[in-house]
Design a protein around this ligand. Sequence first.
Ligand SMILES: Cc1cc2nc3c(=O)[nH]c(=O)nc-3n(C[C@H](O)[C@H](O)[C@H](O)COP(=O)(O)O)c2cc1C
Length: 310
Amino acid sequence: MLDTWLTRELGITLPLVGAPMGGRAGGALAGEVTRAGGLGLIGAARYNTAEWLDTEARTAREVGGGLLGFGLMTWSLHDDDALLDAVLALEPRVVTLSFGDPAPFVERAHAAGALVLSQINTVDDLRVVEAAGVDAVVAQGHEAGGHTGRIGTLPLLQEILESTSLPVLAAGGIASGRGLAAVLAAGGEGAFVGTALLASPETVGPAYARGRLVDAGSTDTVYTDVFDKARHQPWPQRWGGRALTNAFTERWHGAGADEQTLADAYTADDPDTGVVYAGEAAGLVTAERPAGDVIRDIGAQADELLARFR
Ligand SMILES: Cc1cc2nc3c(=O)[nH]c(=O)nc-3n(C[C@H](O)[C@H](O)[C@H](O)COP(=O)(O)O)c2cc1C
């Protein structure tokens, strides 16, 4: 039994959160993670419509049994916060507001009954989200898949744990019970799991993405902004995205090309150019497996490892 602030607060059995992953984590994936005992979050991307969110929320609830959560990118809400309203209308139990200052949005999320968690990448970020009134923080390390900061998960987790009285979770590179056990033994309340779920049949996204992840090893990722530029995604410069390497990153990462050149060279449906965001835990993903099995195995292995100390 892995009993933490997270499991008690949400009434779940495993201190595991299916990470919000825009374009990859919809209702089916989130629901399976929740059904397995964690909480699966739906990744709400800027291009998602209220209809899409509604459909995915229904699926997540049908599969997972009621508990619902979404992850949003805070910087994108500063221009247009309609996505937050659409999400809160669905009465989620958890909302993550990551990458930016959530101060303008936390009170609204609380009023709608949601717990607010923020993924953070530095101690300065911690101070910003503490001041905004979030309920818990997630130390997200450089090895994470998708957009992230520049400090590794383990040093960041230790620094954040030493610096706050808020509950702290970890994200980035956690793909087995060994990773979860390390986080819990360090004093964390749980872990976000992203990459480990990305070879699951319940993911959405391009057909080639799961196979490319299974074939990739832990040295086959790159932290880059070339895909944001190629896809005209206006991410603030401080956050790069970790993706699997391919012919596109070999040619363009670090080449200093302008946004239009990159956009002209980019084709989403071609695996040689299309982006597959994934983290260094890619080396631990060796088969396409149902999300529920992945989550249950991580929980059981962590429980077994931690039993050594009981
Ligand atoms: C494909 C992909 C898409 C992601 N999209 C988002 C997102 O929309 N919002 C967000 O807060 N984090 C996003 N992330 C980051 C994850 O929430 C999480 O921090 C990360 O997956 C944890 O590291 P791991 O991949 O090593 O498990 C994404 C990650 C991946 C791999």
